[in-house]
Design a protein around this ligand. Structure first.
Ligand code: AHR
Length: 550
């Protein structure tokens, strides 16, 4: 089965940490070196690349985000309180809602007005819900709609990113949703409806997705057909003071370069200037095929979230590198039609996708249990985005809670932060910084891949400058060995530093409702001596160094 078919059917204890800072003369490692070039800025890291995705899918919204005002679960106006508190710690820039595939079946009007008058609808994902799923996952009582989502975004300090329905609603409904969200108080009937719900002031929603995966669940269009629809849906959208519209076109899946080219060619064929009106091109990439070349079947080629060996560990991390080639490849294709690169990439769905079976809450469709391996994968992906600040404006990890690469898992009154959630907390320090060219010269890891010699990078990451503070993050994928790397900051002097390390003695380590603190970051003070200090990056770890420079 392929992913398209899947979607079609759906429609129907930390270990011992050693972190050292010693004079360069006492460096132990065989030439491992990180060189940070302060005078070679790559661009500003858009905070938007640290974004999230919350689809109305199974337990993501209902149970994950929304528990209802009358729930015994502590909540703020129906929104899970612990989630709000945790998210505030990670400085979330943006949340994408309501889908995903769900978006192209959603009528936004169902989710406004008095909660007890809202219609109940069959959820897009209902037919692929497991038998053990509760009815709330199959039938949508629309208790969490536009107003509640805006309230959630306000509570956590994030910008809303709404995905409009291009498959099953007319273009006028897109305009009306914009009008509901953004028209000034008292100006329109919809502004009055918004005020009646307690929201006099406009939401000023800036980010709008024009459909989702329009090559598949979002309408099965060809790239050119979609471009025609895109033009129609975005022509004369209402604009209001206070909310510039940043439109994100449904983009390619994986390496479908023809989608990128076909879409942009058709847009430009009508009017080259239209290119300038597109803010972002969405790129979706899930890391799912861990079969080591044995299968391309969507079901059979997937790996297991929690049962894996060292080879599977390296395979996932190596597969994660594909993201960098996709960014480079689509950027190049975009440049053929948009030479000044007005349009940026919006990687608004990314993460590993495993076979079912690891979910903490039975019945939560496509929920999986993130382990330390997923923390390294996620950190490495965020490092990739950091290294391409001129290309990637926005990215959303799929998905926020109770789903694929989730930061949080929750069920009723139980809750935990996953290792992925901790990575987002560590990496928030990069937001808005100046990405710096950084070279990692570290010996490769060699291993046996089904009888063939294989290798992968030994340490990799990214660096950003924030005034006098330099943030370096790095992933050591080596399951067995630490890396002692000399850190040379070219163009500045390191005065002091602190380190945060995320690791565990078992590569399968995960946090659960019963054991919430198995994988948690540890902070260490580092004494800096000499111009090129040496740090020990523990095996299987994510490390953040915050260096004061002068
Ligand atoms: O994240 C789950 C699904 O994956 C989304 O709904 C869809 O856009 C993608 O195919």
């Amino acid at each position: 089965m392929r992913r398209r078919e899947f979607l079609r059917n759906a429609a129907a204890g930390a270990g011992v940490l050693v972190l050292r800072s010693v004079p360069a003369a006492f460096a132990q490692s065989a030439g491992a070196r990180i060189e940070i070039l302060v005078d070679e800025p790559l661009g500003t890291i858009s905070p938007g690349i640290y974004g999230h995705f919350a689809e109305n899918l199974s337990g993501v919204i209902y149970d994950g985000v929304w528990v209802g005002e009358h729930s015994k679960v502590p909540n703020v106006g129906g929104i899970r309180k612990e989630l709000v508190e945790e998210m505030r710690k990670i400085n979330p820039p943006i949340v994408r809602f309501p889908g995903g595939c769900f978006a192209d079946s959603y009528d936004w009007r169902d989710g406004i007005g008095p909660a007890d008058k809202r219609p109940r609808r069959t959820n897009f994902w209902s037919s692929s819900e497991p038998a053990s799923a509760p009815d709330t996952h199959r039938y949508d009582a629309n208790q969490f709609g536009t107003n509640e989502f805006m309230q959630f975004c306000r509570l956590i300090g994030a910008q809303p990113y709404l995905a409009a329905n291009l498959r099953s609603l007319p273009a006028q409904e897109f305009s009306r949703w914009v009008e509901y969200c953004n028209s000034p108080p008292g100006s329109t009937t919809l502004a009055d409806e918004r005020a009646a719900a307690g929201f006099k002031d406009p939401f000023n929603v800036r980010y709008w997705g024009v459909g989702n995966e329009s090559w598949g669940c979002g309408g099965n269009f060809t790239a050119r057909e979609y471009a025609v629809e895109y033009r129609r849906f975005t022509a004369w959208l209402p604009k209001y003071a206070g909310a510039e519209l940043s439109l994100i076109a449904s983009g390619p899946n994986d390496e479908e370069w023809d989608w990128t080219r076909g879409f942009l060619e058709e847009i430009a064929r009508k009017d080259k200037d239209l290119i300038e009106e597109i803010y972002g091109l969405a790129l979706h990439h899930y890391t799912w095929n861990l079969s080591r070349g044995k299968s391309t079947d969507w079901d059979k080629a997937k790996g297991d979230a929690v049962k894996f060996d060292v080879l599977d560990w390296y395979e996932l991390l190596r597969e994660g590198d594909v993201m960098e080639s996709l960014i480079d490849g689509h950027w190049k294709a975009m440049g053929e039609f948009d030479p000044t690169h007005h349009i940026k990439l919006a990687v608004d769905e990314w993460g590993p996708w495993y076979r079912p079976g690891s979910e903490l809450t039975p019945g939560d469709q496509i929920e999986q249990l993130p382990t330390l391996r997923d923390a390294l994968f996620s950190a490495s992906t965020l490092d990739i985005f950091n290294r391409h600040p001129e290309k990637v404006a926005l990215a959303c990890c799929a998905q926020l809670i109770n789903c694929l690469n989730s930061l949080y898992l929750a069920h009723e009154d139980r809750f935990c932060v996953t290792p992925v959630g901790h990575v987002f907390a560590m990496y928030a320090a990069h937001q808005g910084g100046t990405s710096l060219r950084t070279h990692f010269s570290v010996p490769e890891i060699h291993y046996d891949r089904d009888g063939e010699a294989a290798s992968m990078w030994g340490l990799r990451g990214s660096a950003s400058l924030h005034g006098k503070e330099l943030v370096l993050t790095a992933v050591n994928p080596n399951v067995h060995e630490a890396v002692d790397a000399q850190i040379a900051v070219r163009g500045a002097r390191v005065k002091s530093g602190t380190a945060t390390v995320l690791t565990a003695s078992d590569m399968h380590a995960a946090n659960t409702f019963q054991q919430r603190q198995v994988v948690v970051p540890k902070s260490l003070a580092a004494e800096i001596k000499g111009d090129a200090p040496v740090f020990r990056f523990p095996p299987a770890s994510v490390v953040k160094l915050v260096l004061q420079v002068g």
